[in-house]
Design a protein. Structure first.
Lengths: 81, 151, 151, 81
């Protein structure tokens, strides 16, 4: 599964995209796996209230299932315009 | 309906002229241009999510056409590094009458702010920081789910 | 603040660029362009009341500045004989944030429609007739006396 | 006093501006004097609900006094923009 990071999540984790091998059933489970990897992931995901998620380019929530998902993206609230 | 995400600048006059060109029913064209405010910042960096950005903008634009009688709409959003005073975004709507054009343009901006995957980082003399989302923008988004009235 | 009444066309892009030029506080520019709709008409003639027109437009513009935090505004209204598709009017507002710019532009148009002494005559293949005032315009004017909310 | 006519009032009366000698105390009294002049005036002022008035370039109503007024203008509801 492709996992993408944007804005300060990208900066804290140190990369914008990576391939992740996971059987996590939900976004929340994937976040737990990432947090357990290294401090930079734990730091990036330390306050989930500040993090938004999109599965296959559609915004969803942390309870969303990952079955069949090809792409998961994490980012802060959007600030365009 | 048209959506463009680009690094380069845009020509507002030419874009608005093209929007209404050839359609005799258009009586009102409303545009919003967003600029980089210069108070204390050296540059603004716009990051986005390629692929999702275009999909999100097209979806917001389609929603506007579903809600108001519009002859044409245009959304252009720049990405990359922009200096103070630079144009960031152009939203334009064309309709027979002004109320629809005004409301749809305000709607497009409100939804774009909270639903299109762009992130701003301000570069200041003391370093850089990511712009926080404004509560006012969340409220501006929410008003369209309860009411269509207003200007 | 600027008001112009003229026979000639105007350059929307140049006018909007000039509006925000040199003011670092401006983050939002909203414009309204009114066009001659072409359904069945050969030309539109705009008559006005020289002297009172300029006074009325300046008064409406001052009222907008009293109600919203605006860095700049512009009102250009053409008079004379205009073909279908021609630009009639340009209203533009510049502010730090978009809500003020959107609301003030809508307000300027609503007040201009009912309070600035212009009259439209449509020239059709069957002759000419003076355009009737729309009840919707009177309602649009009235909403600003009860509420400032809306987009 | 200068009296001005715009749009279809100008067309029905056949002129856009004229000097009027009057002691009419109000706009309504002036309208009565004009109506009594000729059919074209009576026609133009046959439906006052369709006529608006400005005294010295400020919109007012038909009860407005004319003492000191230099310019009175009659026109239909405005249709600019």
């Amino acid at each position: 599964m492709q996992v993408l990071y944007f804005a300060w999540l990208r900066e804290r984790i140190g990369l914008g995209r990576e391939e992740v091998e996971t059987d996590a059933p939900t976004v929340a489970a994937l976040v737990e796996e990432l947090r357990a990897r290294e401090d930079r992931y734990a730091l990036a995901f330390s306050d989930l209230a500040a993090v938004r998620v999109a599965v296959d380019q559609t915004v969803t929530d942390f309870d969303a299932p990952l079955a069949g998902a090809r792409e998961v993206a994490f980012f802060p609230p959007m600030t365009g315009g | 309906m048209a959506v463009r995400v680009q690094e380069g600048d845009f020509d507002v006059g030419a874009e608005l002229a093209a929007l209404s060109d050839g359609c005799a029913e258009i009586g009102a064209v409303v545009s919003f241009t967003g600029l980089v405010r210069g108070a204390g910042i050296e540059a603004l960096t716009l990051e986005h999510y390629p692929g999702m950005t275009e999909t999100a903008l097209a979806s917001i634009e389609a929603e506007a056409h579903a809600r108001w009688p519009l002859q044409a709409t245009l959304v252009i959003h720049r990405v990359g590094i922009l200096p103070p005073g630079a144009r960031i975004v152009l939203v334009a709507t064309a309709s027979a009458h002004r109320a629809a054009a005004f409301e749809a343009a305000a709607f497009l901006m409100d939804y774009l702010k909270t639903r299109a995957p762009f992130w701003k980082k301000e570069g200041t003399p003391g370093g850089g920081h990511w712009v926080d989302a404004r509560e006012a923008d969340a409220q501006a988004d929410a008003r369209w789910s309860v009411s269509r009235t207003g200007g």
